[in-house]
Design a protein around this ligand. Sequence first.
Ligand code: 76R
Length: 249
Amino acid sequence: MNEAAKTLDGWYVLHDFRKIDWSSWKAVPQNERDGMIEEFTALLNQWNDTETNGKGSHALYSIVGQKADLMIMLLRPTMEELNEIELALDKSGLADYTLPTYSYVSVVELSNYLAKESDEDPYENPYVRSRLYPELPKWKHVCFYPMDKRREGNDNWYMLPMEERKDLMRSHGMIGRSYAGKVKQIISGSVGFDDWEWGVTLFSDDVLQFKKLVYEMRFDEVSARYGEFGSFYVGNLLEKEALSKYFQL
Ligand code: 76R
């Protein structure tokens, strides 16, 4: 059997995409709408407390285009907690006015392609921990898409020897590194969890950097030969304080 990459796995991730049912929302009296926004804000406050205590993280973005209106991204130590949050959301008043459009279940993943040999427990390494259990940046823009590595004919990533995959990933990492400080990426593994093999979540204060990074990677062998991609979602940060305005008619 070919040598499998070893992964380090961090927090579980739920990307929850919803549309707002604006026509129903418009029929709701103002005081009831205010109540639902307050209830949703209370949920966000709870998530903020969890984040402050280092027990998870979350992000709320307003998606551009017709695929969705909102993206709620949640990171938690267990799948059960993601489930509980999803249920709480679904039971909230606001949920009566949202329609599910897409979701993605995965776990923050680091692979050993570029890792240095070491005797220490990587789960104790502060840098590794900051990657596996990240506080999501509150940057202005997000980009999410799922992807696979191809398994077709001569282009089968999973049949390549480990050394060859390492070389290819080095080149991938070099391109990525040139975006340090401009784009933060979270790679989450979803083999066995969802329909694609990874979720890619990118954050930036300059939305154009997503296009530049993804385009540049398309010319790199890992993406050019082996990358297959799902739908792209791009959006703008929706801060708690801006929620009333967002839902205001
Ligand atoms: O983890 C590390 O930083 C080490 C180097 C590295 C690995 C192992 C790395 C760096 N990535 C790794 C793994 Mn990546 N990455 C993507 C995409 O659109 C596309 O073409 C691909 C989507 C982007 C934009 C991106 C960005 N990466 C992976 C894996 C798992 C592969 C496997 O296990 O087979 C996938 C699917 C993937 C996809 N990558 C980086 C970036 C960036 C910006 C970096 C640099 C990070 C940094 O050094 O700060």
